[in-house]
Structure formats: structure tokens, C-alpha cells
Design a protein. Structure first.
Length: 258
């Protein structure tokens, strides 16, 4: 089979959370460019609508749905809206997240709960709902959770974030064990450092320059550097891959300090 056929997503319905900016927009664009219809989900309606219009100019079929991933009622409504407009969601990209940091001893219970609710709890609930609907419709599909290299390693000031993302890695494995025999593959991508609106001030500072020097490839991730991993996991090209976490970090995790 030719590569273009293996990665073709025609007929697939994708839902991407956190699709109003950053990596979420890139994920949605990659899916749409390869044939999927896409439901864009995020809180910022104006940005969603602008991005929807951009994708439609290239011929993509997309819908924009406003929802906070931590709101269970909004989640149900988002899936309902996606199904009504496009059909059963067969590709879920659990991308929405926050990146607050701080010293562990200074974190409040509210800080901790906000991180877990957004970066871990929502990943489970959205994956659970997507799986329930695929099973009810007799559909096979793919769930791609966006973890982080900080789910595989740690850094000062990142206790809550690293814990949540490590949870995503383990959750991915657990869901794969339960769902794969039913035709629903569950995998994760663990990105390294990518400059986005969420971290640009930090990464473009002197501290960011120090981080870049620790990356074997000597640079931060560029837009599109995760497209290959996403398309592999979302398409038939990855038909025998489940429970995996693909690391795309320029070699950061394997870097050994002498």
C-alpha cells in the first residue's frame, strides 16, 4: 500500500480539544489536510470561528464548538454537536491543557486541582465519552492523548504538571488494554519544547536559551514536527500500534548529562 493511502483519513471524523491555538490548531490542520472532517473544540469562540474559516478556505469540512474541557455537561454537548454535524467521532485528540508551574511547597489545593482537572481528569472523561460513542455506533477508531516529556522526566517547578502528564501516559496504557480488542486504539504523543502562546515568553527568554542548549538537536520544535506522529497514530498506518507513547522532543529525554 502506498503511503498516501495508509495515511488517508477520508471518512474519519476527528475532534480536537484546545483547537483555538498552538499545537491544537496544527493537529486539526494536519487531520483536515489528510481527509478527515474535524470538530474544533475550545473555549475561545472568536478564535475558533476564525480558524474554522481558515480551514474552510482550503476545502476542509469543519465545525467549531465552544466548550471548557473540565465541564462535563459541555463535553456531552460538544460530542452531540459534532455527531449532528459530522457523524460519530472516530478520532479524538485530547490536546487541551494548561502549563502553570511553581514551587511544590507553595502550591495551593486549588492550584493542584485545577492542573489535574484540566490536564488529566478531562483526558479520561473525553476519552471515555469518545469510546462509549464509538462502541454504541459499532465504529473503530483512535484516541490520541497529548502527554509531555515532563511526564517522563521532571524539572524544578513542575511537580503538578509532570504528575498530570505522567498520569496521561499511564492512562493511555490502561485504556489501550481495555479498548483495543474492541477496535479502539489508544496512544499518546509526548512533545518536547515547542514555542506556543502558552510558553513563548519563557522559551524566548534567557531561560529558554539554556533549555535549548540541553536539546541534542539544538532547537525547539517547529510547527508540523508532530504531524507525522499524529497521522501515524490516527490512521491505518498505525493499525497495530496501541498503548504507545511516541516521544518527539529533539532527543531531550535521552540526553545524558556528563
Amino acid at each position: 500500500m502506498k503511503a498516501a493511502e495508509m495515511f488517508n483519513l477520508t471518512g474519519q471524523v476527528a475532534l480536537v480539544t484546545g483547537a483555538s491555538s498552538g499545537l491544537g490548531q496544527q493537529f486539526a490542520r494536519a487531520l483536515a489536510d489528510n481527509g478527515a472532517t474535524v470538530a474544533l473544540v475550545a473555549r475561545r469562540v472568536e478564535r475558533l470561528e476564525a480558524f474554522k474559516a481558515e480551514l474552510e478556505k482550503s476545502g476542509a469540512k469543519v465545525v467549531a464548538i465552544a466548550a471548557d474541557v473540565t465541564d462535563r455537561a459541555a463535553m456531552i454537548a460538544a460530542f452531540d454537536a459534532a455527531e449532528k454535524a459530522l457523524g460519530t467521532v472516530t478520532i479524538l485528540v485530547n490536546n487541551a491543557g494548561i502549563a502553570d508551574g511553581g514551587r511544590a511547597v507553595e502550591f495551593t489545593p486549588e492550584d493542584w486541582r485545577r492542573m489535574m482537572s484540566t490536564n488529566l481528569d478531562s483526558v479520561f472523561y473525553w476519552a471515555q465519552e469518545a469510546a462509549r460513542r464509538m462502541l454504541a455506533a459499532g465504529k473503530q477508531g483512535s484516541i490520541v492523548n497529548i502527554a509531555s516529556v515532563l511526564g517522563l522526566m521532571v524539572a524544578k517547578g513542575g511537580a503538578s504538571y509532570a504528575t498530570a502528564k505522567a498520569g496521561v501516559v499511564q492512562l493511555t496504557k490502561a485504556l489501550a488494554v481495555e479498548l483495543s480488542f474492541k477496535g479502539i486504539r489508544v496512544n499518546a504523543i509526548a512533545p518536547g519544547w515547542f514555542v506556543t502562546e502558552m510558553n513563548d515568553e519563557y522559551l524566548l527568554s534567557d531561560k529558554g536559551a539554556a533549555i535549548k542548549r540541553e536539546i541534542p538537536m539544538g532547537r525547539f520544535g517547529n510547527p508540523g514536527d508532530l504531524d507525522g506522529a499524529l497521522l501515524l497514530l490516527a490512521s491505518n498506518a498505525g493499525a497495530y500500534i496501541t498503548g504507545a507513547t511516541i516521544v518527539a522532543d529533539g532527543g531531550q529525554v535521552i540526553q545524558i548529562k556528563g
